[in-house]
Write a protein that binds this ligand. Structure first.
Ligand SMILES: Nc1ncnc2c1ncn2[C@@H]1O[C@H](COP(=O)(O)OP(=O)(O)OP(=O)(O)O)[C@@H](O)[C@H]1O
Length: 368
C-alpha cells in the first residue's frame, strides 16, 4: 500500500498541512523540534488510532485547539481508500471512505504501518510492559478483533483487582471471585493464543532477517513467557483448565496482596542471540539490531497476513545504523515498501543506493 496524500489540521504543531507524494522513499528533513516526528506520528495514528509515544490523546491536539483532524488517501491493491480521524476531548470519530465506523476496531487495519524509532530499543531493554504494548499494537493492526478481546480482558482484570482489594486480608470461599476467574480465563487464553501464534511467525522472519543483517554471525531467538506451563497453542479446554488451576494455586497470595497474579497482563518476551540473553549480555549494537530485526520481521508478517506491504516509518534511526546496515535495509525494502524517513541532515544517509526519492523540508510545522 502507498500513502498518496496526508492532511492535518490542528495536529500537534501543524495548524494546517497538506502533503502529496508519488514516491517510494520520502525523506523528511529539518532541524530539531520542527515537526518531523509529529508528521510520522500522524501516519501511525491514522493506522492505529493511537500514538506510538503517548497514551494521552489530548497531547495530539494542537495547544488551545478543540480538536485535531487527520485525513489520508491510500492506494491499496484493490483501489483507493480515504481515511478520516477526528480527535477531541469527547473521543475519536473515524471514517473509511466517508462512512463513520462505530467501532474503532473496524477502522484499524485500513492502513498498516511499521514504525522504527529510537525508543524501540526499549522493546529489548525496557520493562515487560513495553514488550506487551509492542505485541498488542502489532497484533492489533493485523487482527483488529484481538483489540476487542484485550479490552474485555482489561475490564475484567480491573474489576477483579478492585474486588481483591475489597477482600484484602479475608479468607474462605468467594463465589463472586469464581465468576471473575472464569471470565478472566476465558478472555486470557484468547489473548495468549494469539500472542503465541504471532510470536512464532515473527520468530521465523526475525531469525532470517537478523542472520542477514549480521552476515550469518548471529542467531536470534524469541521466547514467549506466560503464566501457564507449556505451549499456549494447546486446546482451549486444556488452557482453560490450566488457567483455573493456576488461579486456585495463587488464591491466598492474591487475597493477601490484593492484585491478580496470573494472566497475559504479566506476559513477557525474551530475546536470545546465539543462546545468550540479549537484555543482559547483548552489546548496545546487538540490542539495536535485535529491535531492528523485529521491526523488519513485522513488515514481512504484515505482508503475509494482510496480503500487502505496510508503510515503513523510520524516525531518526537511519543515521544510527552503519553503512552496511543502512544498505541492507534500503536494498531489501525500497522497491516494495513505501518508506518515510526523518533526519536532521541528509549527509548521514547513504543516498547513493536510493531510488525514487522525494525530499521534504520541515520548518516550524510547515512543509516545503
Ligand atoms: N499538542 C501540541 N501543540 C502544539 N505544538 C506541539 C504539540 N505537541 C508538541 N508540539 C511541538 O512540536 C515540536 C516537536 O516536534 P517533533 O517532535 O515532531 O520534532 P522533530 O522535528 O522530530 O525534532 P527532533 O529532530 O528533535 O526529533 C515541539 O516544538 C513541540 O513543542
Amino acid at each position: 500500500m502507498q500513502l498518496k496524500k496526508l492532511s492535518l489540521q490542528q495536529y500537534r504543531n501543524y495548524e494546517r498541512m497538506e502533503f502529496e507524494t508519488n514516491h517510494m522513499v520520502n525523506i523528511i528533513v529539518g532541524p530539531n523540534a520542527q515537526g518531523k516526528t509529529n508528521l510520522l506520528e500522524s501516519i501511525f495514528v491514522l493506522a492505529l488510532t493511537k500514538s506510538h509515544r503517548t497514551n494521552q490523546d489530548k497531547e495530539l491536539i494542537r495547544w488551545n485547539a478543540p480538536s485535531a483532524l487527520l485525513h489520508a488517501e491510500i492506494e491499496k491493491k484493490y483501489g483507493p481508500v480515504k481515511l478520516d480521524l477526528a480527535i477531541s476531548a469527547k473521543g475519536k470519530k473515524a471514517k473509511v471512505n466517508g462512512l463513520e465506523q462505530k467501532k474503532l476496531s473496524n477502522f484499524i487495519g485500513s492502513l498498516n504501518v511499521v514504525m522504527f524509532a529510537p525508543e524501540d530499543l526499549e522493546i529489548v531493554k525496557g520493562s515487560p510492559s513495553v514488550r506487551r504494548r509492542f505485541l498488542d499494537m502489532e497484533i492489533g493492526q493485523v487482527y483488529p478483533a484481538y483489540l476487542y478481546d484485550l479490552s474485555q480482558y482489561n475490564k475484567i482484570l480491573h474489576q477483579r483487582n478492585n474486588y481483591l482489594k475489597q477482600m484484602f486480608g479475608s479468607s474462605g470461599a468467594s463465589p463472586l471471585l469464581e465468576v471473575w476467574n472464569e471470565q478472566l480465563a476465558q478472555f486470557g487464553i484468547k489473548i495468549m493464543k494469539k500472542r503465541q501464534s504471532f510470536i512464532k511467525k515473527l520468530q521465523l522472519w526475525a531469525e532470517k532477517i537478523h542472520a542477514g543483517i549480521t552476515n550469518g554471525q548471529e542467531q536470534l531467538q524469541i521466547d514467549y513467557e506466560h503464566s501457564l506451563a507449556g505451549d499456549a497453542q494447546e486446546d482451549d479446554a486444556v488452557l482453560f483448565d490450566q488457567f483455573m488451576i493456576k488461579l486456585s494455586q495463587v488464591r491466598d497470595q492474591e487475597m493477601r496482596r490484593g492484585v491478580s497474579l496470573v494472566g497475559p497482563h504479566r506476559d513477557d518476551l525474551r530475546f536470545y542471540i546465539n543462546g545468550k540473553e540479549v537484555q543482559t549480555f547483548g552489546s548496545q549494537g546487538q540490542q539495536r539490531t535485535t529491535a531492528l530485526s523485529l521491526k523488519l520481521a513485522e513488515i514481512e508478517l504484515v505482508q503475509e497476513e494482510v496480503g500487502e506491504y505496510p508503510l515503513l516509518l523510520l524516525d531518526d534511526v537511519l543515521s544510527e545504523l552503519d553503512h552496511y546496515r543502512q544498505t541492507q535495509l534500503i536494498e531489501t525494502f525500497q522497491r516494495k515498501v513505501q518508506t518515510f524517513i526523518t533526519t536532521t541532515g541528509i549527509e548521514s544517509i547513504n543516498l547513493s543506493n536510493l531510488e525514487d526519492v522525494s525530499m521534504i523540508q520541515v520548518r516550524d510545522g510547515s512543509l516545503t
